[in-house]
Design a protein around this ligand. Sequence first.
Ligand SMILES: C[S@@+](CC[C@H](N)C(=O)[O-])C[C@H]1O[C@@H](n2cnc3c(N)ncnc32)[C@H](O)[C@@H]1O
Length: 264
Amino acid sequence: MSEQPENTAQPVAESVPPVTQRGSQRFAPGEGPLPDPAGSHHERRIRSFQPRRSRVTTSQAEALLKRWPDWGLDIDGKRVLDLGEMFDGLPVVMEIGFGMGEATAQMAAADPGTGILAVDVHTPGQGNLLGLADRNGLTNVRVANGDAIILLREMLDKDALDGCRVYFPDPWPKARHHKRRLIQPEFLGLLATRLKPGGVLHCATDWEPYAEQMLEVLSAHPDFENTEADGGFSPRPDFRPLTRFEGQGLDKGHVVHDLLFRRK
Ligand SMILES: C[S@@+](CC[C@H](N)C(=O)[O-])C[C@H]1O[C@@H](n2cnc3c(N)ncnc32)[C@H](O)[C@@H]1O
């Protein structure tokens, strides 16, 4: 990665004051994720995520302090990433909205030949995923902090990605919030330019109306084609583990749909 801030982190035991300050953890640049890395200069106002007050546990804070300087990056919109350098030449799949990261870590462990560029705004989840990667020796995961749209638009080259995963994106069920849903024609147009031809976008949701919307906009999009010959939903692939949000949806009796569309 170019222009990586110098690693100024001190050994965890000497530099961590977070234990008694849960929820108010702040990190120095280079030590942990910035609260709003792209700042307010970015024109995008309709966001697909809700800013949340974050409660960071001690172990999450320790993982962030230990691993952020090498495995984390802020989405500041100011530089183009060299994914080849970041992932030692591995093919790279981006995961948008990994939540607490358990499924991400499982997929990284099961497929060490693929680099995972995992993106979310949620600090506890970033710490959790870095802790899982650290404890399990997963060197093929990098954690990006901020809005995936800015990462795609300003920090990735054309044809940079081998795939993209969007598992259980926020469903934004109220009609007035539908504009916040991630899977929309404009997003797909941007993503198509960053995916290599043949790269697959894999979406999953337990929210039936969103599943229908995904199928509709993806099927209509000129840059994508359904991997299912019948043009419908896909069976859940073996490589996708059960995610935390999926488990909550299943507990409520929701039906889960997977969609796998290939960039033409
Ligand atoms: C409903 S959660 C699902 C988490 C996880 N995939 C799972 O299934 O357990 C959606 C996640 O997407 C993240 N998110 C939504 N829009 C995003 C964006 N534009 N950039 C980065 N993360 C985003 C949210 O912060 C949230 O953690």
